[in-house]
Design a protein around this ligand. Structure first.
Ligand code: ZN
Length: 318
């Protein structure tokens, strides 16, 4: 796999679709995945291994995963709520399993009906299960901390709590961590405080940021996380998704706008902006009722825009 300055991970197929009431046809999900990969998106969270009874949007999790795994060079990730989900991911050979718990006690109790310590214990068991796989079949196991920058039940979350659970997941054997602003409460000052504190404790463990643009602070938060040294970001095409606790709220940060901002800053992502914008049409055609966001799609690229890699090549030739 090629190395870029920043890795962007598409989460729209999971985070973006999970509360959408209309089922996105499996063929359209696969078309979206293939087109995003062709546009240069290197990693996609393609589905969630929750019980289909709970979220019918993901009743095709197996087929979507299998088809995504056939896309050359693509890192295929999936959300797992528990060890049953991990087993489904392992059976398919998914590259990355994203386990999620909430830093907020109330949110964790509401979401998975567990104390946070019980979630950490679940994660330890899942890591054991994953690490028992033979080398070639062993996925990377990711520890996700949702509501780390705010919770719709508890409001602000103490930085010390985020650090505590980040450390516990790291010690349990996570290959990577994701710190998530699940409900879009974060601001850049808070992002700096939280990410600096977590990074000071977990050392060189890869750390990704997952922001929602619910209150318009999404890309500012990306910039703050970049300043802290974060080089992996989740986003969803057209900012799909919303928040179950905030009706009408926008979703994840907009993948297209994120890639534009990074590229314009001179940070390569591997994504071709024109090709990425064209992927929106696949989503629009499949889900005419879904709300799509995006400033780049509205305004277009600046006049005479040169991509980060074009500018780097021109500078090297000069
Ligand atoms: Zn999210």
């Amino acid at each position: 796999m090629k190395n870029f300055d920043v890795s962007v991970r598409e989460v729209g197929l999971r985070d973006g679709l999970q509360i959408h009431p209309t089922f996105m046809p499996t063929a359209s999900k696969i078309a979206w995945i293939e087109a995003a990969a062709a546009a240069g998106v290197g990693e996609i969270e393609v589905t969630s291994f929750v019980p289909p009874k709970l979220l019918p949007q993901f009743l095709d999790a197996e087929e979507v995963s299998r088809r995504a795994l056939a896309v050359p060079g693509l890192t295929v990730a999936a959300l797992i709520p528990n060890s049953r989900g991990a087993e489904r991911g392992l059976a398919l050979g998914v590259h990355k399993l994203n386990f999620v718990m909430s830093v907020s006690r109330t949110h964790n109790l509401n979401n998975v009906r567990r104390e946070r310590e019980e979630s950490v214990a679940d994660f330890r068991k899942i890591v054991e299960l994953v690490k028992a796989q033979p080398g070639a079949r062993r996925p990377r196991i990711v520890g996700g901390l949702s509501t780390a920058l705010g919770c719709s039940f508890e409001g602000r979350i103490a930085v010390a709590d985020v650090v505590k659970y980040a450390l516990l997941l790291a010690e349990a054997g996570a290959d990577e961590l994701v710190v998530a602003d699940t409900v879009g409460y974060a601001d850049p000052a808070q992002v700096r405080a939280v990410f600096k504190a977590v990074m000071a404790e977990v050392g060189t463990l890869p750390l990704a940021a997952h922001f929602h643009d619910t209150r318009g602070t999404g890309l500012a938060n990306v910039d703050a996380a970049l300043e802290c040294g974060v080089r992996a970001f989740d986003a969803s095409l057209a900012g799909l998704g919303g928040c179950p606790f905030a009706p009408g709220a926008t979703g994840n940060i907009v993948m297209d706008d994120l890639c534009f901002m990074l590229d314009s800053m001179g940070l390569t992502t591997g994504v071709d902006l024109h090709k990425l914008l064209a992927v929106r049409e696949i989503v629009r055609a499949a889900l005419p009722d879904i709300e799509m966001h995006g400033a780049l799609a509205r305004a277009g690229l600046p006049r005479n825009y040169q991509s980060a890699s074009e500018r780097a090549a021109a500078a090297a030739a000069a």
